[in-house]
Design a binder for this molecule. Structure first.
Ligand SMILES: [Zn+2]
Length: 181
């Protein structure tokens, strides 16, 4: 599926649906194991387990979108815009025009920082949510715990590693044809 939003293409591969289902199944297995150990399982209904785990899986893609939107906004402020957001399996990537002119390192770094900043904000919101619902029903507790786990994991993988460490290792502010994540 390919959409265009004011010059920015958003491409979502069909395999995203597969990744979503795999994640929902993994969350369901974890829910059942944790439920069995904690005793919460006595309160579970099949429908509740399904919606909690599907919502947790969907949140992964919300986080990925927030990450890419952060890069897109940062790119927009530099004047060197992103050309495409690309979602495949559980991953999300940003692509910039192949024919774009050499860009000052300062602006390259700003584009790269957009993702971690957006992610940092998302992480704070999710942490706040998680820490405020600990007396709620199991559904809310499990869902917000999954959300916090995803936000922390993706923050480290996408922001600290890909946008931070790899950005420095690969010297991505130098002109290159390599699409950055
Ligand atoms: Zn990024």
């Amino acid at each position: 599926m390919l959409m265009s939003l004011g010059g920015l293409e958003v491409k979502v591969e069909k395999n995203v649906a597969l990744a979503f289902l795999v994640m929902a199944v993994i969350f369901a297995i974890v829910t059942l194991i944790v439920g069995a150990i904690s005793g919460d399982i006595s309160q579970f209904t099949a429908w509740d387990v399904i919606w909690v785990t599907m919502a947790a899986a969907a949140f992964h893609f919300v986080l990925q979108a927030v990450h890419l939107i952060g890069h897109a906004i940062a790119a927009w402020t530099t004047g060197y815009q992103m050309s495409r957001m690309w979602f495949l399996y559980a991953f999300a990537m940003t692509l910039y025009p192949r024919d774009e002119p050499p860009i000052p390192a300062r602006l390259h770094i700003r584009r790269s920082l957009g993702g971690p900043i957006a992610f940092g904000i998302a992480l704070i919101i999710v942490f706040w949510l998680w820490s405020n619902v600990q007396d709620a029903t199991w559904k809310v507790c499990y869902l917000t715990s999954f959300m916090l786990f995803e936000a922390i994991l993706l923050f480290f993988v996408s922001s600290i590693f890909t946008d931070g460490v790899m950005f420095i290792v690969r010297k991505q502010w130098l002109p290159s044809e390599v699409p950055s994540a």
